[in-house]
Write a protein that binds this ligand. Structure first.
Ligand SMILES: [Mg+2]
Length: 111
């Protein structure tokens, strides 16, 4: 099912079921999950490590998809472990960022 018709809770449940079936909950401390998110993010970055702008089209999208999925899966696991509602959390953070970076001051600027 595509993103357009899938609820975040379905993905959280999918990941929770995978973890539960393997009795891995006991390994899912905040420390381990936060480190796993960073490690998988590093694996994603590794794909681009020595690429310059002319090489970017040669990076295999299937490998990017895999590593991006690893990051997201650990994020979902952390949300499950800490009972964080992702929708509420992301909406609150975007609201906070919108106040921190008002459009009239930051549009087209990153500093
Ligand atoms: Mg990986």
């Amino acid at each position: 099912m595509p993103d357009r018709t899938t609820h975040i809770q379905e993905l959280k449940d999918l990941v929770a079921c995978f973890v539960q079936e393997r009795n891995w909950n006991r390994f899912h401390s905040s420390k381990n999950l936060s480190m796993s998110i960073a490690i998988e993010a590093a694996e994603l970055m590794e794909l681009f490590q020595w690429a310059d702008s002319s090489d970017l089209d040669e990076i295999p999208v299937d490998r990017v998809r895999e590593e991006l999925s690893d990051v997201i899966i650990y994020c979902l696991s952390m949300a499950n472990a800490l009972e964080i509602d992702i929708t509420d959390a992301v909406r609150a953070k975007v609201r906070s960022n919108a106040q921190k970076y008002p459009i009239d001051r930051y549009k087209g600027k990153y500093k």
